[in-house]
Design a protein around this ligand. Structure first.
Ligand SMILES: CSC[C@H]1O[C@@H](n2cnc3c(O)ncnc32)[C@H](O)[C@@H]1O
Ligand code: ZN
Length: 428
């Protein structure tokens, strides 16, 4: 099956400049990208007036938390988590998680996200939903060791790895997910790192999200959360996604130097929960890869990565009092190539190049808020929204065309989620 996209304004994210051109997709891969391609194809997409760019990659989230969107906002992180999220999650059935994940994927595809890294519970159901819907995902069973059933959770984590790594035509990969420095004591954390090393798995965790976390970890371990994980050997032994990484000192940033993987910046969640501004430019200066993610819709409110791109750029400009900080093209790079490296799939996705997987989106520029087209990077980073995405393609397969979802029955989805969401939060 060959698809030819004709006449798009192409941002490959490999080179600085965009150009008007054509993209040929052969099955799951990009076959060619040129200013003008005269190729045979089964389907031709007229993309004049649209920008073609790599699909956005959400490097940290909890998809089924979309069922908890708007249920309890404006709380402090620890109260929000302990008093509201954990009790609600304890009531979620595997079927709830399946439908919550589908709800999140409908929103992601609609707003131009093609791949995501997820940490949650009932991961078999999330994996089945990913396989069915056609997205790309790195899945992780979240490991919290506050209750005595940590062993069961470890079994579930390895069950996910064995059943799903490389499945769905290679679209699903897996990692291990110790939740955070404050929910995993040193011994199990060390064991997880060792297991990851032995099984050649990456680790996905939360780090230094709030000031309270810093206080808790200092009281318990006499160090910052970053020093604590560094002492456990996390940064020199395995590939890691560090979600948030908000409250890091200069010394903490230095400890990340040379790490594999990097930090996932979650600016909207950090803003909304009042957690602080992550020092992402200091990290980048130390050679640490920075990607972008939304976190779950329970904290971030939406899964629109265009909002994260914009918030990331604006926060750095505000923090430094300098509009030149984190320019538009750099913020877009974080949400594409940067996040791809965090998911450890940068060889295949994150930029548009012949030979890479065909994960890309078309953004319709024929709208008042996206005209005129002086600087396409500026338009996409500062003016575009998820709702401007016209077409979403993953692994060469169309998941949305002309804003119609092709692998999800939206009416059925909306019917399913409203009753489930109500039941889960009742009385909490
Ligand atoms: C055990 S699965 C993952 C676990 O993480 C919780 N979670 C969601 N958002 C955040 C956040 O911003 N900080 C810390 N933990 C978070 C989620 O509710 C699940 O219980
Ligand atoms: Zn999170």
């Amino acid at each position: 099956m060959k698809t030819l996209i004709k006449g798009a304004l192409v941002l490959t994210m490999e080179k600085e400049e965009a150009f008007c051109g054509d993209i040929l997709i052969d099955r799951d891969r990009i076959a060619d990208i040129q200013p003008c391609l005269d190729a045979e194809a089964d389907e031709v997409i007229d993309a004049r007036g649209m920008a073609a760019m790599p699909g956005l990659i959400n490097a940290h989230q909890h998809a089924p938390m979309s069922l908890l969107r708007g249920f309890c906002d404006d709380l402090k992180l620890m109260d929000w988590l302990d008093k509201k999220m954990l009790p609600a999650e304890a009531r979620m059935t595997p079927e709830d998680v399946y439908w919550g994940a589908k709800l999140a994927m409908a929103e992601m595809i609609r707003s131009g996200t093609t791949a995501f890294a997820d940490m949650y519970i009932h991961m078999n159901e999330i994996a089945s939903a990913v396989e069915e819907v056609g997205m790309r995902a790195s899945l992780t069973r979240g490991l919290v060791f506050l209750q005595p059933d940590g062993g069961r959770r470890m079994d579930e984590a390895m069950d996910l790895v064995r059943r799903w790594s490389g499945k769905a035509g290679g679209r699903i990969t897996t990692m291990l997910g110790p939740h955070s420095p404050y929910t995993v004591p040193p011994e199990p954390f060390r064991e997880i790192i060792l297991l990851a090393e032995q099984e050649k798995l990456a680790i996905h965790t939360h780090l230094a999200e709030s000031k309270e976390e810093g206080i808790k970890i200092r009281e318990k371990h006499g160090r910052t959360p970053t020093e604590y994980l560094h002492q456990l050997g996390l940064f020199d032994r395995v590939h890691v996604i560090l979600a948030h990484s908000t409250n890091l000192s200069r010394r903490d940033v230095g400890l990340l130097k040379g790490m594999r993987g990097g930090a996932c910046h979650n600016p909207v969640s950090n803003l909304k929960l009042g957690c602080g501004i992550a020092p992402i430019l200091d990290m980048a200066e130390q050679g640490v890869t920075v990607g972008l993610g939304t976190d779950g819709a329970g904290s971030a409110a939406t899964l629109d990565m265009f909002e994260e791109i914009r918030a990331a750029a604006w926060l750095q400009k505000l923090d430094y009092g300098d509009p030149a900080r984190l320019p538009a093209a750099e913020a877009l790079r974080m949400a594409t190539a940067g996040s791809a490296q965090l998911l450890d799939i940068g060889r295949d996705v994150g930029t548009l190049k012949a030979g890479k997987k065909a994960d890309l989106i078309l953004v319709d520029l024929r709208k008042p808020h996206l005209q005129p087209v002086h600087q396409i990077h500026s338009l996409l980073a500062y003016c575009a929204n998820g709702a401007d995405v016209d077409t979403t393609i993953v692994d060469g397969k169309m998941l949305m065309r002309g804003r119609r979802l092709l692998t999800i029955d939206e009416e059925e989805l909306l019917r399913e989620v409203s009753a489930r969401a109500k039941r889960i939060v009742e009385g909490i």
